[in-house]
Design a protein around this ligand. Structure first.
Ligand code: KG4
Ligand code: ZN
Length: 353
């Protein structure tokens, strides 16, 4: 696809992202203002604090993106914006900003599902990056983020059949909760991965919820088991004061055991689904797709199956504007337009079974 040039805005959760993307693929600019430091103080996201931070940063982020891209308004074909799922107050900041820009500059507005953005991140190319293979249909996409965990089949652009989803916690949510349990701070995902890298013993076994042959996932039992295993480890170490931390070596082993359980289930179910639908490629996206062991193991098993795994670099797995530009370009090319009455859809689904 050559062109369109899309200005894309993402503000569904705790990253303010604005990007300029050409042809749904080539990034010209991609600026993300992360609120991680802001939310670390509370150990999680306070929705109103997140919305106000978007309001504070959205104009400076646009200024930076504009400067990086070096384009003019006359070059921009459309404005795409995330309209759900996500936090209502956060979504409203991005949507309202996108509407104002569309109205002032007379540009078409395109509404994008955040989860679709995570899938379409697989098409992105960084500025100057060499062309590489595009995902081929049919494909299976595993999206694992802080709020969502699902497997979908795509037989063509913009069409999704849900194969499985979490019946309770999202994978990222489990990482965040277990990270907190291990005293690793917020967000838990990157901290758990870092701690696991230091593990010397690899015999801490956490349970896997296979749910039979289903492609659904469940992580709440794992979180409960983690609490029990951490308590037992504390007792073994003779720790009675809750303020006293576990030794780093034990934290590392526990982080490794938990991460191994999550990765095992995600990879096994994705490969099984890819086989079942005869997928020609496998796409991985969402914040948890930044996880090193998940990427490595899924890549290995995809290769054994003879199917390429396409996964964005870690910075494009976590929330960003470029992925909304990639999906927005496809929707724009298919003739979709949103009106200026566009509203936030906090519980917007991506697909149905
Ligand atoms: O996609 P994302 O940036 O925001 C949502 O749409 O939720 O995902 C954020 C989630 C958090 O739960 C975070 O802990 C997790 O992605 N995450 C990771 C890693 N980096 C981010 N989980 C495991 N390993 C990582 N390296
Ligand atoms: Zn996300």
């Amino acid at each position: 696809m050559s062109g369109p040039l899309v200005l894309a805005i993402e503000s569904s959760c705790d990253e303010t992202g604005i990007a300029l993307v050409d042809g749904g693929r080539r990034i010209h600019a991609n600026v993300v203002a992360s609120q991680v430091a802001l939310h670390a103080a509370t150990g999680g996201i306070v929705p109103e604090v997140a919305a106000r931070a978007h309001l504070r940063w959205i104009v400076p982020v646009l200024d930076d993106a504009w400067r990086d891209a070096g384009v003019a308004w006359s070059d921009v074909d459309a404005i795409s914006v995330t309209y759900g799922p996500g936090l209502a107050g956060s979504l409203l900041v991005g949507i309202n900003f996108a509407k104002a820009l569309a109205w002032v500059h007379g540009k078409p507005l395109v509404a994008v599902n955040h989860l679709e953005g995570h899938v379409y991140a697989a098409w992105l190319l960084d500025p100057g990056e060499a062309e590489r293979v595009e995902p081929e249909f049919p494909l299976v996409a595993l999206v694992v983020s802080g709020g969502h965990t699902f497997l979908a089949e795509m037989r063509d652009h913009l069409t999704y059949r849900l194969l499985g989803q979490t019946v309770d916690d999202a994978a990222g949510e489990a990482f965040d909760k277990v990270g907190r349990l291990l005293g690793l701070g917020y967000p838990g995902g990157p901290a758990v991965q870092r701690a696991a890298e230091g593990a010397t013993g690899r015999d801490r076994v956490f349970p896997r919820a296979w749910l039979g042959d289903s492609a659904d996932f469940s992580f709440s039992g794992l979180k409960t088991a983690a609490r029990r295993i951490v308590d037992a480890a504390r007792a073994d170490e003779g720790l009675t004061d809750p303020a006293e931390p576990l030794p780093d070596t034990v934290v590392s082993e526990l982080a490794w055991g938990f991460q191994d359980a999550v990765v095992d289930v995600l990879v096994t179910k994705t490969i099984r689904a890819a086989r079942a639908v005869g997928a020609r490629s496998i796409v991985l996206g969402g914040g948890v797709a930044a996880n090193g062991p998940l990427r490595t193991r899924l890549a290995g098993e995809a290769e054994a199956l003879g199917r390429p795994l396409i996964v964005p670099r870690p910075g494009l797995c976590t929330d960003n504007g470029a992925m909304i530009g990639a999906a927005g370009a496809r929707r724009f090319a298919s003739g979709e337009r949103a009106g200026l009455e566009l509203d936030a859809r906090p519980s917007l689904p991506l697909a149905v079974r």
